[in-house]
Design a protein around this ligand. Structure first.
Ligand code: NDP
Length: 487
């Protein structure tokens, strides 16, 4: 059976590359190649820049209201095609249909809708300075690059293009090589909605194509989602032409469960924050600190619910709530961390092995895994695993657990479970993380800015402030009286 070959999406249509080089994309749940994609060669790269220049000229000349109207049409199409797009995401990522069907497309559409609504409300300032005055304009940056990870491919493309396009920029987007189709679908939808050709181009390929984007002097900003190590390389390369950067990077986030918490709710949060999207979520609370008074109750319920309520299998089956990891290589990496946990003395409460469900026997599944008897020095407690692996630790004292929670170079997210309202805020204010939850975990609405402290990131996505990251301020001084010249 022949599989489709997707070309790069440039200037409103598919464009064939000249080298003929392609890469294969596999369905992680079946280990089968589902399609091929052409790599963006020099011809495509040049075409992407030229068309983005033209796209930017047309798009930035429109009024914010005109842009908003067009983006809202794209939002409506995204929602109409929810199921078709969700299926693309399931086949590319291996995540369960029951998630993609209600999260991936919807949260992407919400963000474009949010920024489409905000764009016409963006205003400059005006101030008198004596008899003269100045005013400011919020102008778009130009061509922005988006580079995405593979866990939420369409959502990431929406989260990057929403504010960028609303502010009048053009975007060249490079999805992960593992999950290239969602961004192509978004590009088609933008064209259908009336976004001018060249405003959203999609280039395909691995690190080399990303490196070309980060080094290209025609690009004004790079918004990157991926690993900390890659983020450092992207930032170093972007520095060559002093590009603005937004970095959405990895985490090793703590969840603190105090002894007055609703323990069942805390278990729900821990399971969501470790097993949703089979653990491949940047904000996951992979370090769970439980107060000693509720520790036994917590791990008993956690073990029971993990062993009874998780259904792994064909991700398109609506009953399945644990999908396949993105690749064989990633499965091996996650299993390697599990081995390391055992070697370093942690106790497996449940899970720990590869899974081969009857409905998807060749998929890259890993059992939902919980380690107890962990300490802060173990590799599984220190490093981001990006799989369904949770480490549970015990604590006794509030100040001590805050210090332990903060003892990491990462700072993406954190959570607290307690019924004591003052403790909740007191503790959360001391946690060094950009995205925090109290008696909740994982929700990330369009209205709420998200991003990391420390090495988990730079800048923010979503929320009002993000629009400012896609504009630059022009100050204009207006003289109302004669210049007093000494010459
Ligand atoms: P990677 O850092 O491996 O890759 C991210 C993207 O960068 C991919 O498109 C990749 O291409 C590309 N890339 C790789 N090397 C370079 C380079 N030198 N220059 C430019 N681009 C490059 O991350 P993953 O895709 O493995 O994603 C998982 C990581 O993403 C985790 O650490 C996770 O925490 C983080 N993440 C953070 C989020 C956040 O919002 N904070 C959200 C989601 C994920 P290719 O893959 O095709 O080689």
């Amino acid at each position: 059976m022949t599989t489709p070959v997707y070309e790069n999406f440039i200037n409103g249509h598919f464009l064939k590359n000249q080298t003929g080089d392609t890469f294969a994309v596999k369905n992680p749940a079946t280990d089968e190649v589902i399609y091929h994609v052409e790599i963006a060669d020099e011809f495509i790269q040049n075409a992407a820049i030229e068309s983005a220049k033209q796209g930017f000229a047309a798009w930035s000349a429109m009024t914010p209201i005109e842009r908003s109207r067009i983006l809202l049409k794209a939002v409506a199409i995204l929602r109409e095609r929810n199921d078709e797009l969700a299926k693309v995401e399931v086949l590319d990522t291996g995540k369960p249909w029951q998630e993609a069907e209600c999260v991936d497309v919807e949260t992407g559409a919400d963000v474009i809708e949010y920024f489409a609504g905000l764009a016409p409300a963006q205003v400059g300032q005006q101030q008198m300075v004596g008899n003269d005055f100045y005013y400011t304009r919020k102008e778009p940056l130009g061509i922005c690059a988006g580079i995405g990870a593979w866990n939420y491919p369409l959502q990431i493309a929406c989260w990057k293009s929403g504010p960028a396009l609303a502010a009048g920029n053009a975007v060249i987007f490079k999805p992960s090589e593992e999950t290239p189709l969602g961004a192509i679908k978004l590009a088609e939808i933008f064209i259908e909605a009336g976004v001018p050709a060249g405003v959203f181009n999609v280039v395909q390929g691995a690190a080399e194509v990303g490196q070309w984007l980060t080094a290209n002097p025609n690009i004004e900003k790079v918004s990157f989602t991926g690993e900390v190590g890659t983020g450092k390389k992207v930032m170093a390369s972007a520095a060559g032409s002093l590009k603005d950067v937004t970095m959405e990077l990895g985490g090793k986030s703590p969840l603190l469960v105090f002894d007055d918490a609703d323990v069942s709710q805390a278990v729900s949060a821990a399971m969501l924050g470790n097993f949703y999207t089979q653990g491949e979520i940047c904000t996951n609370c992979t370090r769970i600190y439980v107060h000693k008074n509720v520790y036994q109750q917590f791990i008993d319920e956690l073990k029971t619910r993990t062993e009874q309520n998780i259904i792994a299998g064909d991700p398109m089956d609506p009953e399945v709530n644990l999908g396949a990891l993105i690749s064989k290589k990633h499965q091996e990496l996650v299993l390697g961390y599990i081995d390391k946990g055992i070697q370093e003395g942690a106790t497996l409460l449940t899970g720990g092995k590869a899974l081969s469900p009857a409905s998807a026997p060749n998929g890259y599944f890993v059992e939902p895994t919980v380690f107890v008897d962990c300490n802060d020095d173990m590799t599984i407690v220190k490093e981001e695993i990006f799989g369904p692996v949770m480490s549970v630790l015990v604590f006794d004292d509030e100040d001590d657990v805050i210090q332990r929670a903060n003892d990491t170079h990462l700072g993406l997210a954190a959570g607290v479970f307690t019924k004591d309202i003052q403790r909740a805020h007191r503790v959360i204010h001391q946690l060094q993380a950009g995205i925090c939850w109290i008696n909740s975990y994982g929700n990330s609405p369009a209205e709420m800015p998200v991003g990391g402290y420390k090495q988990s990131g730079i800048g923010r996505e979503n929320g009002i402030e993000t629009l400012d990251h896609y504009t630059q301020t022009k100050s204009i001084y207006v003289g109302m009286s004669n210049i007093e010249s000494p010459f």
